[in-house]
Write a protein that binds this ligand. Structure first.
Ligand SMILES: [Zn+2]
Length: 121
């Protein structure tokens, strides 16, 4: 599966032992895949954060729901917020349903539309 080096944020395969870019030892990181991928949401690049949101939605990582809700509300990049909304829609969880319903009535048009669409799928 896709993972990210937590030292340099290079996208890597999660089975790899050492980051090819910076040499950081990945095997010494004992966190679960879910914990690592949620942590990668701190990635400095918006495109990467959006991609990680998508990845979380694809893998239905329910542990990420609280963090996705924070991002949907407050990421400085609107497209990352939208990606978080879509990821919440992909994860069947009562918390995300409630959140998306309130977001679909929100002020921001782009996010309201994304939230409504996510609720229907
Ligand atoms: Zn690295």
């Amino acid at each position: 599966m896709i993972a990210f080096c937590t030292r340099c944020w290079t996208e890597i395969d999660d089975r790899i032992k050492e980051c090819p870019a910076c040499g950081a030892n990945q095997a010494s990181d004992l966190r679960t895949y879910d914990e690592k991928i949620v942590d990668a949401l701190r990635h400095p690049l918006p495109q990467a954060r959006a991609r990680i949101c998508w990845l979380i939605g694809e893998n239905s990582i329910r542990g990420a729901v609280p963090r996705l809700m924070e991002i949907a509300e407050s990421d400085p990049d609107i497209y990352v917020q939208k990606a978080a909304v879509e990821a919440l829609g992909a994860i069947a969880d009562p918390r995300s349903d409630r959140f998306l319903r309130s977001m679909s009535r929100g002020q921001n048009r782009l996010l309201a539309v994304a939230a409504s669409k996510s609720l229907r799928t």
